[in-house]
Design a protein around this ligand. Sequence first.
Ligand code: PLP
Length: 492
Amino acid sequence: MTVEGLEGNGRQNLGDMPPEEFHAVASEVIEWVARYLDQVEDYPVLAQVRPGDIRSRLPLSAPERGESFDRILSDFQKVILPGITHWNHPSFHGYFAVTGSGPGILGEILTAALNVNAMVWRSSPAGTELEQHTLDWIRDLLGLPDAFQGVINDTASHSSLYALAAAREWAFPEAREVGLGGGPRGRIYASTEAHSSIEKAALTLGLGRQGVKKIEADEAYRMRPDALRAAILEDLADGIRPVAVVATVGTTSSSSVDPVDSIADLAKEFGLWLHVDAAYAGSSAIVPELRPHFRGWERSDSVVFNPHKWLFTPVDCSVLYCSRPDVLRGAFSLTPEYLRTQEEGSVRNLMDHGVALGRRFRALKLWFVLRYFGASGIRDRIREHVRLARYFAAHVEANPNWVRTAPVPFSTVTFRYLGEDLTGEEEDALNEELLERVNATGEAFLSHTRLGGRITLRLSIGNLRTREEHLDRTWQILERAAREVDERALVQ
Ligand SMILES: *Cc1c(COP(=O)(O)O)cnc(C)c1O
């Protein structure tokens, strides 16, 4: 390989990596990626490192002279890989499990090579138009009406922030100019199970955390419409302006489904913006038998779902659909002179739909994924994940020492171990220890939450490599860990 930074005759190379060298290393890197995807199970799922371990293996300062790519790649393997928690591992079941699929990874590579920044149409015509076109395809597959226009953001947190900014723009149009300081008080409603990003959006938008009222959920962790109505009436009586309600389809803790249709009735009655947070479960609306969970979302003002969660697209890719895109643009469009273009007015400029000016060309990988798997291939894969979740839930249900803690509408199972004659706190501690033990094996990775105040384990399925035998193995590990922890508890 050529010497770093120098060309053959000793002249300094002030350009990029030479083409021959790029060619050689690129093949090596692709070879590595292909092998990694094939043999990802050889790695521990959860990185077996302690905080600071990775930094302690890195030099204190940046290299003064360029280094060979061989050395860089070798350090990638020696220093970086041990600190990787393998989200692409079939036994990764924490948070929401995902897949960086083959076509998606290849899309990312080409996106990096093109390196376009889709701020305004002319800075990336294909980036802008492919985004719109791909999102129209998906909108139709999801069964959302044509009025919904999509835009890709990095995360659901930003998508929801922008949706709620549109809601604020609509409720308090003057806020765009004068801010909310000292102005009217507004309220956003979301269930106690809603994602923390909703509160973050409220505090970013100047509504404050108190600008979010948490609505009680029922025994299956779904927002109670009667409680929502009561909260709205109470605020109206207190002179607080109801601004928006966030319904979640597939909550983060239990994957519960708020009754969107009833919530849409209330949104209409009281003139609230309805935002549907379907960051995880949204892609499953492609599957006809799962569509009923989404009933009513076609009446919403905005919907967020993350293709990087359950649509096999590498992180990051979140889609915000808005049925009133003019309001969304109203909240954000602001064009300085240096971004004015002749075609303004006749084209879409993606910078008008959020805070970010620059945007990665994320639609390319999404387009690759849709085309490579096809709608039916995606449906079958999501169906299979739902089937696998029920398969795992059946293990839990068949064993009296364990209990499933919420229904399983999608591909996430919540459950906990029941000790004998233990207090709630003791049982919580036991489940926490059990989780640590399972994750320490490196064979499977699960996460936890609290449901009804009690520690609950979560197993989420979203990886295209996950099979029944992986779940059987994870169940064995859980059972073994439970026996160990329980016996020790008995001895004490
Ligand atoms: C994952 C998730 C989020 C946050 O997603 P990010 O893209 O990480 O911001 C928000 N809401 C729900 C329901 C989620 O599942």
